[in-house]
Design a protein around this ligand. Structure first.
Ligand code: PLP
Length: 393
């Protein structure tokens, strides 16, 4: 569709949806057909060889899935997009497409747990050189990039202490050595942050989180330069980590309210962060929207809003977390994030459960830390809920 000057909130509703409107469907249907039939063999051949638009087999492409890819492509301002069964599908396919034996990747110590595992355990087996830098040490990152590398992998804000990385600065460093820049934009969403406009080549989403927004479907999306997306897509076509039509429909449906949800979650998270800062039982609050946050200045420059996730540490450590968290009534104690309902959990038992206390401490994760993903509930109810839960301490 002609998107011209449409804003993101409008593209989130209309983007990618016009393929079916000719048949009268006012919303993109779930096309669950595995294969697509042709009466004309020449036409079939043209589609199969990529010379005509159409669908052949749903491991490769599917109309419902294509509608979702188009929606994300528009929101990220990308040339192309490809989808995957999960966020980790998008991340692993991207890394394994470009990081063949002998290549070197520079990334951060604080990447998402699954990504970190690929860097530490899987890639070295294939003789890929992995350098993980202290997450906010931009000088070290620039120095390691300047030594020469093939791919720079960034994530900002990070999990769970919301560290902020300067995408523009590191993308500029990567350009000098010809490295591909990939950014995991899951926490920020395209509403709050546009990595491609800041110089990244590829942007990745766990669509399971904010894009879907309802914790009821899993998916992953890659968007960016067409030639790079195509390479990863071709790898995915064969290894089979394809997104199905059903979750694609759920994610596209969720995305229609993306801007509404994100604006509300941005506002509520900031209100809650300020409330927690002033609370006597709370030792530290991590939220990039707070002026006291280490990455606030960069966040203010590269983000439109500061996101729906914050974390806070209780005075007294994990014993206090165990007392307080189960008292929350309007919060699922669960591992995910980015949903309409508020979700919370301690990194000590969720994302960073495999690390020792000393390793968590090195990453700046206090034992009493709670990650809190703000839903779309009325913020006054969330504040009252936190108040009564913290009162037990
Ligand atoms: C959840 C998450 C992933 C992985 O996504 P899945 O859909 O669970 O595979 C990757 N990156 C970030 C930042 C995440 O929060």
């Amino acid at each position: 569709m002609e998107t011209g000057n449409l804003r993101k909130g409008t593209m989130a509703v209309w983007g990618g949806e016009d393929d079916f409107s000719a048949a009268g469907a006012a919303t993109t249907p779930i096309v669950s057909s595995v294969a697509f039939a042709y009466k004309d063999l020449d036409e079939w051949y043209a589609v199969a060889t990529g010379n005509a638009k159409g669908y052949i087999y749903s491991r490769n492409t599917n109309p419902t899935v294509a509608a979702l890819e188009e929606k994300v492509r528009l929101l990220e301002g990308a040339e192309a997009a490809a989808s995957f069964a999960t966020g980790m599908g998008a991340i692993s396919n991207t890394l394994f497409t470009f990081l063949t034996p002998g290549k070197r990747v520079v990334s951060l110590k604080d990447t998402y747990g699954g990504t970190s595992k690929i860097f530490l355990d899987f890639l070295p087996v294939y003789n890929v050189y992995v350098k993980l830098c202290d997450t906010t040490d931009h000088e070290q990152l620039e120095a390691e990039i300047a030594k020469g590398c093939d791919l720079v992998y960034l994530e900002t804000p990070t999990n769970p202490t919301l560290k902020i990385i300067d995408i523009k600065r590191l993308a500029a460093a990567a350009k000098k050595v010809g490295a591909i820049v990939v950014v995991d934009n899951t926490f920020a969403t395209p509403i709050n942050q546009s990595p491609l406009a800041l110089g990244a080549d590829l942007v990745i989403h766990s669509a399971t989180k904010f894009l879907c927004g309802h914790s009821d479907a899993m998916g992953g999306i890659l968007a960016g330069k067409a030639d790079l997306v195509k390479k990863v897509f071709q790898f995915r076509e064969i290894n089979g980590a394809s997104l199905q039509a059903d979750p694609a429909y759920m994610i596209a449906r969720g995305m229609k309210t993306l801007e509404l949800r994100i604006e509300r979650q941005n506002n509520s998270a900031l209100t809650i962060a300020k409330y927690l800062v002033a609370h006597s039982k709370v030792k530290a609050v991590f939220y990039p929207g707070l002026e006291t946050h280490q990455g606030h200045a960069i966040a203010k420059q590269q983000m439109k809003g500061f996101g729906g996730i914050l974390s806070f540490a209780l005075d007294g450590g994990y014993e206090r977390v165990k007392m307080m968290l189960p008292k929350l009534r309007l919060t699922h104690l669960a591992a995910s994030l980015g949903s309409v309902s508020t979700l919370a959990g301690p990194p000590r038992t969720t994302s960073h459960v495999e690390l020792t206390e000393a390793q968590r401490s090195l990453l700046g994760i206090p034992e009493g830390l709670i990650r809190y993903s703000v839903g779309i509930e009325n913020v006054d109810d969330l504040l009252a809920d936190l108040e009564q839960a913290l009162a037990v301490l």
